[in-house]
Design a protein around this ligand. Sequence first.
Ligand code: ME8
Length: 638
Amino acid sequence: MPDPFYITTPIYYVNSHPHIGHAYTTIVADIFIRFRTLFGEETYFLTGTDEHGQKIAESAAHSNISPQEFVDKMSQEFRDLWPHLHIENDQFIRTTDPEHKALVQRALQYIYDKDEIYLKQYEGLYCVGCERFMDEDELIEGLCPDHQKAPQQYQEENYFFKMSAYQNWLVQTIEKNEDWIYPQRYRNEVLQMLKKPLDDLCISRPKTRLTWGIELPFDTNFVTYVWFDALLNYPNALDWPNGELYKKYWPNAHHMIGKDILKTHAIYWPCMLKAAELPVFKKLVVHGHWKSEDSKMSKSLGNVVDPLVMKDRVGVDALRYFLARNMSFGDDANFTEELMVTRYNGDLANNIGNLINRSISMSCKNFENQIPPKGEFGDLEQELHRSFMEGIEEVKDYLLSFYLHRALEKIAFMSSLVNKYLDTAAPWKLAKQESDRKRLGTVLYTALDAVRIIVQLLAPVMPKKMEEAWQSLGLPLAQITEAQFDIGVLPEGLTLPKPAPLFPKVKAIVPAEPDKKQLEEKTNTNEPESSEITIDQFCKMELKVGKVLSSERVKKSDKLLHSQIDLGEEKPRSIVSGIAEFYSPESLVGKTVMVASNLKPVKLRGVLSEGMILCTDDGTQLTLVEPSAEAAPGTMIR
Ligand code: ME8
C-alpha cells in the first residue's frame, strides 16, 4: 500500500477575486485526490489563502478598510467558492491563522539559531505583483514580464537567509530525482536557473515600510517576507514537527502549482526545508496557464474568466471535465466559451451521455426496466473486454503519473468503443426477433457493464453527474467510491429507474459581434472544425531547406537564439528560435535545417523573425529536424 497521499494547491492571494486559473488548480487537485481515494489510498487535501504582504496591504488601503477586515472578506470568497465547484478539501489554511503564525516564527527562530540568517544593507528591484526582488535579467525592457510593471528600487537594511549555501545540494537533489519536478520541461527550467549562482534570500521587510506581516521572532522592527511565511503553510497545516497529520502525510507531499511560481517552489522552498531540517516534499507538479481568447488573463485587459459564470453555462461537472481535458498538463491552454461548448457537445452529450442514455433506455424498453441477463459473451464482447482491461490500466497509470488529460482522452475513447460495439451488435435489430432475445440481453448487459466502469472512472472528475448516472444503473450510491473494475460484475436483474438525459446538448456559441476582419480571415482560410486540414491548406505552408550562417543569443533571454539563415534568396533571413536551452549558437552554424518560410514576420524581444526553424518536441527536448545535408539552401520540402 503506498504512503498516504498529501496534495496542496498554492494558497491564493486575496488581493483579487478567484478566477478560472485558481479554480483549475484546485479542481485538478480535487480530481487527483478523488482518484487516489477510489484506488484505495488514504488522502489529505489542503488549500487556503495567502494574506500578508505589500500587495494585500495596498489593496486593503485602496478599499479603505483595515487589512484584517479586507482579508477576512476576501478569504471567505475563496472558501465559499470551492463547494460550488464540487471541491472537497480537507483543510483550508489562512496565513493569518494564529497556529500558522506561531509555526512560521518557530521555523525562523530555528534557522536564526543555526546562524543561517544575517542582517545586511541591501539595494534591489522589487516587484510588488510577484512579491519578490528580481534580477535585472528577468526584466523585459525594464518591466516584470508577468505584471508588466517596472519594479520599485529599494535600499534598506534587511535579514537574509543563507540560501546560496544550498545551491550544490539542490542541484544534486534535482539531478538525482528525475521526477521530482514534473513535467520535465520545468525541471530543465529550474536546472537552467541554477546555472547562475544563487543569491541569499531577503526574508524580512522593515516595519517602516510594511507592518502587515508576521513579526520576526528575533527582531520586532521587521515583519517576515510574505513568501517565507506562505510556503511554510504546507507543513504548518499538518502541525509539524509532532502532529499526527504531519507524521502521516508529509512523507508523500505533492505540491500542485502553476508555472508562475516555479522559482519560489523549486528553489526557495527546498532550501528553506533543508535549513529547517524538514524532509523535502515528494513532488512538485507544475501546470501551464489558461489564457483567455489566446491572451494572458489580466484585470487590466478585462478578460478574466469567472468560474461561476462558466459553470452556469454547461454545469459544474462539465466545466470540471473541460478544464481537466482541454489543458495538456504542463502546457498553456486557451479558454473560450466556444471551446468549452464544443468539448461538452463532443465528449459529453454525443459520446458518453449518449452511450449511458441509449444503453439504459433500450434495456428499460426491452427488459421491463431491469438489467438484462448477461448470457454468453461472444467474440465481439471478448474484444471489447480486452480493450477495457487495457484501458483501465492505462487510465490508472496516467492518473498516478499526473497525466490527467491523457486519462480523460482514454476514457472518452473507451466510451466510443462501446458506442461502436452497439452500432455493430445492433440491439434494435435483435429486438425485432424473439429468437434473438438472449443475444439482445448479452449485448445490452455488456453495454451497461461497460457504462458502470466508465461512470466509476469519471466520478472523480464529475462527481455529481456520475452519481446520477450510477443511480440510473440501479446501483447503491455508497459503492461508487469502491473501485470495482472487474468485467461482468454488474448484478443482473437490478431495477433501472426511468432514464433522463444526463448531458443534454448545449447550443453552440455564436461569438458576440464578430470582428469583420477576423471573420473574413477565417472564411478565407476555410478553417475546418476538427484538427484535420485539407491538402490545399497544407500546401499553403512553405517549407524550405536552410543553412545557418551565423547565430547569437538574444540579449536578456535564456531561451532565444537569433540566426541568419540562407534560404537561397538574395539575402539571408533573420530568424529567432526558442532553442537556446538545447543548442549553443556556435553548434548551430553550418547546420542544414528545415524552415517554415512563409510565416508572417514578427518581432521577438525586439528582434525581427522571418520564419521558424522546425524541431521535434518530446516535451523535454527540442531537436532540430535536419534534412539531408546535400539539399541546397532554398530547396522546397514537400
Ligand atoms: O502566487 N491559469 O497566489 P496567486 C492557470 N500566493 N492557473 C492559474 C492562472 C492561470 N491563468 N492564474 C493563476 C500566489 N493560477 C501565492 C502562492 S503558495 C505558497 C503562495 C493559479 O493568487 C496557479 O496555480 O497569484 C498559480 O500558480 C496560482 O493560481 C497563483 O495564485
